[in-house]
Write a protein that binds this ligand. Structure first.
Ligand code: ZN
Length: 176
């Protein structure tokens, strides 16, 4: 396994639209290695989600995992589509492995139903709520060239990590 270089804000790759993965490519050793490398890179960072565009590969692949209370199991989503958004909104502090040292509040639907392929190319459909739903939406934004800053409707909450730790650390923040 290998740790991959993470693209930082300003790198044009983060603004690209990711291409769908050819399902025939998924079982191959090279692609499976790429998934393992993404998971290792995310865990090592550490973060709870990573999109392929963040590691310089403009393909529709996201990996996610978050242990502990409110967490969710390791999930790999290929060619994902959100087929349903729940009616309620949730406001969450977000950070991003491609946006060093900043946190900001983002409001998103609190529930999504997503459909795609799993890491072996099998069909996958799941309902996600809470942090998992936020993470899926954050990562899928990366696949269309968006970062969480683009989703902030009130930039007054944009906060340096040092100030976040000083003033806001009692609220959970998630590096996605
Ligand atoms: Zn991100």
């Amino acid at each position: 396994m290998a740790r991959l270089k993470i693209a930082k804000l300003g790198n044009p790759i983060l603004r690209t639209i990711a291409q769908p993965v050819d399902p025939g490519e998924i079982p191959g050793r090279a692609f499976q290695q790429f998934i393992d490398d993404m998971l290792e890179t995310m865990t090592d960072a550490p973060g709870i989600g990573l999109a392929a565009t963040q590691v310089f590969r403009s393909q529709q692949v996201i990996v996610m995992a978050c242990s502990g209370a409110g967490g969710f199991p390791e999930t790999v989503l290929i060619n994902p589509t959100i087929v349903y958004y729940g009616p309620n909104q949730v406001e969450t502090w977000e950070g991003c492995l491609s946006v060093d040292g900043l946190r900001g509040k983002v409001t998103r639907p609190s529930m999504v139903r997503v459909r795609g392929l799993d890491r072996y190319g099998g069909p996958l459909e799941l309902d996600a709520t809470g942090l998992f739903a936020v993470c899926i939406q954050h990562e899928m934004d990366h696949l269309i060239g968006k970062v969480f800053l683009d989703r902030m409707t009130d930039l007054s909450t944009l906060t340096h990590l040092e100030e976040f730790d000083r003033y806001w650390q009692k609220e959970p923040a998630n590096v996605i």
